[in-house]
Structures are given as C-alpha cells and as structure tokens.
Ligand binder design. Structure first.
Ligand SMILES: C[S@@+](CC[C@H](N)C(=O)[O-])C[C@H]1O[C@@H](n2cnc3c(N)ncnc32)[C@H](O)[C@@H]1O
Length: 269
C-alpha cells in the first residue's frame, strides 16, 4: 500500500505525518504531534488480516495457520474457495501459493465481492486471485478443475461437496469453516457419502500469555468461540468403476485416455 507525503495519520496518541515516515528504515521510532512515539513496522499478512475491512465474519490467523499446515498449501497450487466473504482467507492463501499458484474464489454477493476485492488488493495479492460471481450450489457449470485444495465458508457446506469433489484432484484436501457442531455433523455425513477420507474436525483455541518477570500468567483478554474446522481428502472408495489414479498419470498415453474419459463421463469423478 502506498502513502502520500501530503497526508497524515490521525490516531488516539496524536497525528503522525506521512512525510516523517517515508524513506525511514523499518523499525524506526516516529513521534506524533503529542510527543508520543510509535515504531514503523513492515506490515505482515497477519496485520493485513487483523485490519481488514469486514463485510462478513472472517477466518482468523489462528485457524488460517492450521489450514495451511494440514492441507499442505504451498507455492504453485491451485486453490478453490467457495464463499469469498471479506477476502481474509483468500488473501492469506494467495500469499502462500504465489507466484506460481492461483486462488479461484466464488461468492454470490456483489457487495461482499467488492469489499473483498479492495482487501485483496491492499494485501498485494490481486494478481494471484480470480473472483467469480457464481453460486456453485445451483450452477451446472464446473468452472475450475484439478484443484489441489478446496476451502468452503458457507452456512451449508455439505450442499457443495459433490461439486467440490468434481473440482478437486484425487487426494486433494478440503477444509470447511463450520461455526456450529450441527454443521460438522451434516458435513461429515456428506464427506463420507462422497468418498472423502482422513476426516478430522478440530477447534483451535489461542491463549495469550502475559510474560513479565516474576508474574507471568494468562492474559485476561481472550477470543471466545470463533469456529470449528472440518478437514478431509478426496479418495476413491471403489464403489464405482476404476478411477484415474496417480499411477495412471505416469505415462502420457494414460493421461490422454484419462482426459478423454473425463470429457465423456463428466458425471461422477
Ligand atoms: C462467512 S463469509 C466468508 C468469509 C471468508 N472466509 C473470509 O475469511 O473473509 C461467507 C460468504 O459466503 C457467501 N455465500 C453464501 N452463499 C454462497 C453460495 N451459494 N456460493 C458462494 N458464496 C456464497 C456469502 O455471500 C459470504 O460472502
């Protein structure tokens, strides 16, 4: 994000002239007009997310970190996201899959999409994100395929599981954000029904410790309930005919056959 020399930042501890910050090394101490000091720190993705403009509830860093680790999100991957919301999760995953990967994110609400667009731009990752205004619950389209990871943040994630399956690679990961246990139950049933394995539901609680000599203890402040997370991986249970397995992908011939089959029989994959 760029700032202008002519502008100032008004805070509860006084006014800070942008001109005093521009050109200074990160870590420098700056003075406000009330003779209070602040430090000039380079913003991280955590800072962008914690300062995001909220159109909706967002996914917080405490959950984002686990999502990235459990699903093995890395540079070059293709990520499907259903429910862009304010773009918190979008920005975070885009910052990991860049520069070779991409996030394809879907939402039905144009107002939220605009807020997300601004937040994603501020976080500096617009180049790695494509926003779609499409309802994957009802759409007959399969706009993206071969996704490494699918992230779902909707009230009724179980509805999109068959669609998500079509868009994911074999063994690809799915994560759903579920604020209630009822959602976890319904979702888990849908995951089993749609041949997902390694299913895991978790809650992530973060506690801040106030560390001071001789009186270290938990902080009185804390975040209450945010959400549960549900994770799973796409498998082939063998209920239907042989599938395109990792082995089949080792030869070009097999690849071509697989593709041809996919085009003809696009109903179940
Ligand atoms: C809780 S928000 C997502 C927040 C987001 N994960 C974040 O971190 O900022 C849920 C979003 O799902 C969207 N949504 C609801 N139904 C949808 C559907 N059928 N397809 C796509 N998005 C949908 C809503 O418009 C809303 O923006």
């Amino acid at each position: 994000m760029n700032i202008s020399k002519k502008e100032s930042l008004h805070t509860h501890i006084g006014v800070l002239k942008h001109a005093d910050a521009i050109g200074k090394e990160y870590g420098s101490r700056l003075m406000t007009n009330k003779d209070k000091y602040v430090y000039l720190l380079e913003p991280t993705m955590y800072d962008y997310i914690m300062k995001i403009q909220h159109g909706t509830q967002i996914v917080y860093p405490k959950d984002l970190g686990y999502i990235a680790a459990r699903a093995g999100i890395q540079d070059g991957q293709k990520i499907l996201e259903i429910g862009t919301g304010s773009g918190s999760m979008t920005s975070f995953v885009a910052s990991i899959v860049k520069p070779r990967g991409h996030v394809y994110t879907f939402d039905v609400d144009e107002n939220f999409m605009k807020i997300a667009e601004k937040n994603i731009r501020r976080a500096g990752v617009s180049k790695y994100v494509t926003q779609h205004n499409l309802d994957l619950k009802t759409s007959k389209e399969t706009p993206v395929t071969d996704m490494d990871v699918a992230l779902i943040d909707l009230g009724d994630p179980w509805i999109v599981i068959p669609k998500v399956r079509q868009m994911l690679k074999g063994s690809g990961s799915v994560f759903a954000i579920c604020p209630t246990m009822n959602q976890l139950e319904k979702l888990t049933m849908a995951l089993v029904e749609n041949e997902f394995t390694d299913i895991e539901s978790t809650e992530h609680i973060i506690r801040t410790i106030e560390a001071r000599e001789g009186k270290t203890r938990h902080s009185f402040q804390g975040i209450g309930h945010t959400t549960y997370l549900c994770f799973a991986r796409k498998a082939f249970f063998g209920r239907t005919k042989a599938k395109a397995t990792t082995k089949a992908k080792t030869t070009t011939k097999a690849k071509t056959t697989t593709k041809a089959k996919t085009t003809k029989k696009s109903t179940k994959n």
